[in-house]
Design a protein around this ligand. Sequence first.
Ligand code: HEM
Length: 393
Amino acid sequence: MVVYNPNDATLQRDPYPTYEALRNEQPVYHNPDLDFYALSRHADVAAVWRDSQGVYSSDHGVTLEQWSPDARRSMSFLAMDPPDHTAVRGLISRAFTPGRIHRLEPRIRELARTYATTAIEQGSFDFITGFAARVPVDVISELIGVPAADRPMLLRLSQQIIQRDDLTGRLTAGVRQANLELHTYYRQLITERRRQPQDDLATALLEAELDGRRLQDADVAATLMLLGVAGNETTIKLIGTAWRLAWTHPDLREQIWTGRIPVRAWAEETLRFEGPSQYTMRRTTRSLTLHGVTIPQDARVLLVIAAANRDDRAFPDADRYDPRRDTSQTLAFGLGPHFCLGASLARLEAAVVLEELVSAVEVNYDIDPAGVRWAGSPSIRGLVTLPTTVKPR
Ligand code: HEM
């Protein structure tokens, strides 16, 4: 009998054996205590995202614990369905076209190089706080229009927001407070932009018109929060996990450093093997039967992304970390209408940051395992501290 509770801190230490049991023994799992269903096979998770029957809604948000009864107040268009989703996403996606993201590359490289130089001078540093967190926070802040002085505070708040209580996995008062502070911050930013428009995303969202309608201030604030949190925490964790996995696989590391394995393949396999997004959630709008199990209407269904990405049915020998494999079927960024809006940006940031490290740091870097700490988050996997020691190349 499989027991899967994403809020359980013991599970979070190594969820993969449980994911395997789910895939093989209960591909449609029901947790009666928390009252949710979970799908873990690649084909099933992908089918929900494609939703060809129109059975699934995003209106309950993407996490088991809800911030407020109205998920879109805190998660913006991530918690919307068409046609609202199509309209709001359409407005924001103008800032994330492949061309615009491509033009950010020189700036991302400049930032990565600056932070790498400082870190290498120190020799020993915390890879997450001292390095990996810096570039994503700067890039999204520059896009939105957050001044440099406010960024450490925003990073702290977005890190707090994904944490959950160690024992119960529930939202704590501290997390709610961080959410409120972040919301207040963006409301103030919006007020300033109304008074004095700038060439940034915050101003663009205030001015954007859709069928003659404008977004309300609360919606703009929710959207900026979504971009801030989704854009920072996931990308930072991807970069940190890639660094740790290359350290635990010296043979692969050697091949990455000598150029036989492209850095981009290293990042892609990290996304598949131990991606930051562990699960997302949908609500059923009517009942359906899958693998002989009936899921009722209004049920919460977890799509266990990280389990689907380890499914042997889609990736042969899926528990083996191998950047030389075909990762084209990865579900790390989702699929369908809600496919990650920041996927090209995240991929570019990770590739550039890791490329800069490979060219500046000796292959035999070290990590202090005693200082490695995982984020206490049920839905986002990755490290919050990763002490490392490097030598210049
Ligand atoms: C949606 C993962 C980076 C912004 C998603 C979804 C996943 C995901 C799985 C789909 C959620 C669902 O269907 O319920 C990731 C991962 C990242 C990453 C693994 C980094 C490694 C980013 C970045 C940004 C971003 C850098 C923004 C700058 C968004 C937004 C959505 C989204 C706005 C909602 C899209 C929609 O609902 O239409 N992301 N993401 N993400 N992501 Fe990302």
